[in-house]
Design a binder for this molecule. Sequence first.
Ligand code: CO
Length: 213
Amino acid sequence: MLTDLLGNNRDWAARIEREQPGFFKRLAAQQTPEYLWIGCSDSRVPANEIVGMLPGELFVHRNIANLVLHTDLNCLSVIHFAVNVLKVKHIIVCGHYGCGGVRAALSNQDYGLIDHWLRHIKDIGYHCRDILDAEPDEQHRVDRLCELNVLQQVENICHTGIAQKAWQRGQSLAIHGWIYSIEDGLIKDLKVDIDCVDSMPAIYSLRQEALQA
Ligand code: CO
């Protein structure tokens, strides 16, 4: 029932205020999160909760299968604001095993409109088909593609002018790839942490003089 949700909200606000008097007043003045979280919309992967962060500590963008597309003004605007205004120090792309979006992308069904969104995951699957074909079954293929998808989204962020310009002006910014397991609540660090332009493929790289223009 909706009234339960509103009741829960009152209890929650009262508890936080009891534990940390003045919490909301302080938060209302400004937000200074150090992290941007890009995750899946899946209801089982609540960003703040699984990393123990309070309101004000995590700037969040979620969509189906945690994609960062260069034509998605919504996601790009979030990244732009997080990097240029909030000056977050870390962007975390956190996928999750068993992602329904990734599973759908590996299937041959017609899901309608969302197929256009999932097509980006299909492209990764096709590009990495040798890796996926080496997996023993469907479940493992889905989970491997969930990981590969995170890595691709980390790359996509690095390729944006937003990240490159931040690095060029010496701003501290690191992009990380993680994956969450719904089955045990634990996050696995995929050990991809990028904090400079060093390994950028040339075609994505903005030239220094172009950045200054
Ligand atoms: Co998902």
